[in-house]
Design a protein around this ligand. Sequence first.
Ligand code: GDG
Length: 730
Amino acid sequence: MSKTIIVSNRLPVKISKTGDEYTSATSEGGLATGLGSIYKQGDNKWIGWPGLEITEEADQKTITKQLAELSLVPVFLDQEEINQYYEGFSNEILWPVFHYYTSTYAVYRQSNWEYYNAVNEKFRDAVLAIAEPGDIIWIHDYQLMLLPELVRKKMPEVSIGFFLHIPFPSHEMFRLIPWRKELLEGMLGADLIGFHTFDDVRHFLGAATRILPVSSSANVITCGDRSVVVESFPMGIDYNKYSSLPLEPEVKEQAAQIKDAFKDTKLILSIDRLDYSKGILQRLQAFEQLLQLHPEYCGKITLYMIVVPSRDTVPQYAHLRDEIDKRVGNINALYRNMEWAPIHYYYRSFPIETLSALYSSADVCLVTPMRDGMNLVSKEYAASRTGNDGVLILSEMAGASKELIESIIVNPNNTNEVCEAILKAIKMPAAEQKRRMQAMRQLISKFNISHWVKIFMDRLKEVKQMQRSMQTRHVSFGTEQSIVNRYNKTKKRIIFLDYDGTLVSFKSNINQAAPDKHLYAIIDKLTDDPANDVVLISGRKHENLNDWFSDKKIYLIAEHGAWFKQQNTSWHKISGLTDSWKNDIYPILETYVDRTPGSFIEEKTYSLVWHYRKADGGLGELRANELMNNLKYLASDKGLQLLPGDKVLEVKNMEINKGKAALMLVEKKDYDFIIALGDDYTDEDIFKALPDSAVTIKVGGNLSAAKFYLRNPLEVRKLLSSFVEEVPVQ
Ligand code: GDG
C-alpha cells in the first residue's frame, strides 16, 4: 500500500517542556486541519521540525516516540541550523525578496546558503528513511525549495508535489538572489508545483524559462524528459469550523462581552503575525489620518489590533515591534479621552475561541498587507459572519483579493484610499453588507481547505498518470527490440528523417548544426542496404541540404516539401506554386525586425521565416504572438499557413506540407516497413498522413500524434544504429 508523506519546516504540533517532561499537542492551524485528513490516515506521515532545539539524544528519542503516535516524524535542528537555515536564509533572504523587500531587508550570506542546503539534505534523509516507491510526497513552502530535486535524485519515479505559501515574485526580483538557479532547479524536482494565485504561476514560469534552459508550453515546463505542471490552487480555510464556532456558548459569551465593551463605537479588527509585509505601520498611519481629518469620529471608532509575536529574535522584527509600540502609543496619547481609546493593541496570541468572538463582533475587518501569499484572516472573518453582516477591507496585494472581490479592495500604499475605505465600511448600509458578505461566504464555503487538499492531490495523481503514459510510449528496450525485429523481417522499407531537433540538437546559429561524422556514418550504413529508401525531410533550404547531403544515397525533401531531389538527379520544385505573396508579407516582417533587436528574416523559395532565438527572452514570444495575430487574416486570404516553431515563425504556401510530400513517396512503392521520426509541429503532418501500420516517433516530450517518442537526437541515433551494425560515436 502506498502512503502519503507531508513535509514542512514545522510539524503541526506544539511541544512544551515542564520540568524534565516534554508534552506534545497537535496545533489547530489551517494547514494542520486541512492536511489532518491525510496524515492521520493509515501509514501516512508528516515530517518536520518540532519547533524547538532539543539537544539531548535521550530527549530526542522520547519525543520521536511520542510523535510517532501522532504519525509525526521529527527532524531535529541545532541552534546554528535554526539561525542560519531558518532565520538566516529563509527569513532574511527568501521571505523579504519574495515579498518585494530587497535593499534593506535581504542580506545574501554564503554561510546561510550552505546551511540551507545542508538542512534541506537533512530533510531529504528523513524522507528517504520512510519513503517507498509508489508513495506520494507533498512538500510545503519556501524553507524547503531544494527538497523536491534532492528527493527526485534518489527516487526518480516517486510522485512529488510542492506548494509555495508565500508569493512568487516577478523575475526582476527573483533574479537578484545569487542562488536563483539552484532554487528553481530544486523546485522543478516536483511533478506538480502549486501557488496561491495565477500571478505567482506567471512569475514562476517567467523566471524558470528565463533563468534555466527549459521550455514551457502553457503551464507545463519540460525539463529534460520530465514534464512539470505549474498551477494555482488558492488555499481555503476550515469553513465549517469558523462558521460554527460563533454558535458555541463560550464564544457567544465572549462576543457579548466585546459588544458590550464597545457598544458606543464601531469596532475595526486587525489581526496579523508581526511582519513588515503585513503593512501594520501603514495601517496605523491611515487610521491616524482618519482621526486627524475627521475628528467627528473620535469616540465613534476603535481599532482592535492583535499582533501575534513572530520571529522577534530577528533584528528587523524587533525593530518593527518597537515602531508599532511607539506609533500606537503616540496615537492613543494624542486622541484618547476618559471614556475612549482609539487603539486597543495586543502583542500576543489568543485562543481560537477569542479570535472567533472578535471576528463575529467586529463591524469591520481591516486586512492591508503590503504583500501576502493568500491571507487566511480575511477568509476567517467572512466565514465567522453567520449573520451575513460586517465589512471586509482587503489589500489588493493579498492573494485573497483575487477571490474575495466583494470586499472593499484597496492599495495599502494609498493612505487616502485606506481612510476612505474605512469611512465607506462604517457607513455601509446593511443590505449592501449582506449582498457582499453572502457572496464571499459562498465562495469560501465551497473552496474550503478540504477542497484545496483534494484538488491538489487529484491533480498530482493526474500529472503522474500523464507522465506514466508518456513513459509507456517511450521507445525503451522492449519496444526498440520489437521495432528492430519488424525492420529485420521486412524487405521494402522507407525511413523518413527530419533534421533539426531530430538528428542534431538545436544550435543558436542555424549554420552551426552541420552533420557530424557519426551521423554521416549512420546514414551511409542505412543507405547501403538496398532494401532501404532513406528520406531526409526538412524545413531547411534546398541549397543547404544540397551542401550537406548531395553525395549521399538519400532522397532529399527541402522547405517542407517544396523542393525534392532523388539521388543523382537535380532538384525539382512542385509546380503551380506562387511566391508573389512575399511582396506583401516581407515588409510586415521587416517592421518586426526593426522593433525586435536580435531577430531576422530568412527567405526560402516558398516561405519566409522570422527568427527570434537571439531576441530578448519574453520579447521574442510577445512579438511572435503579435505577428501571428497581425498575419492571421492576411494569411488565410492568400492561402498561406503560419507555422510557429522553436523560436521561429514561418509563413509558407498552404499547399506545401511535409505530410503530402511523404504520402506521395509512400504511394510509389509497396513498402512493408514505414518509419518516420520528427520533433516539431510540421512533422505532425507526416505522422497523421502515414498509414496506421507506420512506426511514428516524436522526438521530445510534447503532445503528439506519433505512436512513440524518443527523448533527444542521441536516442534517435541509437535507434537508427540498432537497425544496422553498431556505429561507434567518434
Ligand atoms: C502564510 C502566508 C498564507 C493569528 N493570530 C492568532 C491565530 N492566527 C492565525 C489566523 C490564521 C493564521 O494565524 C495566519 O495566517 P495568514 O494567512 O493570515 O498569514 P501567515 O501566517 O503569514 O501565513 C499567507 C498562509 O501562509 C497560508 O498559505 O495565507 O499569505 O504568509 O489562520 O487565524 N491563531 C490563534 N491565535 C492567534 O492569536 N489561535
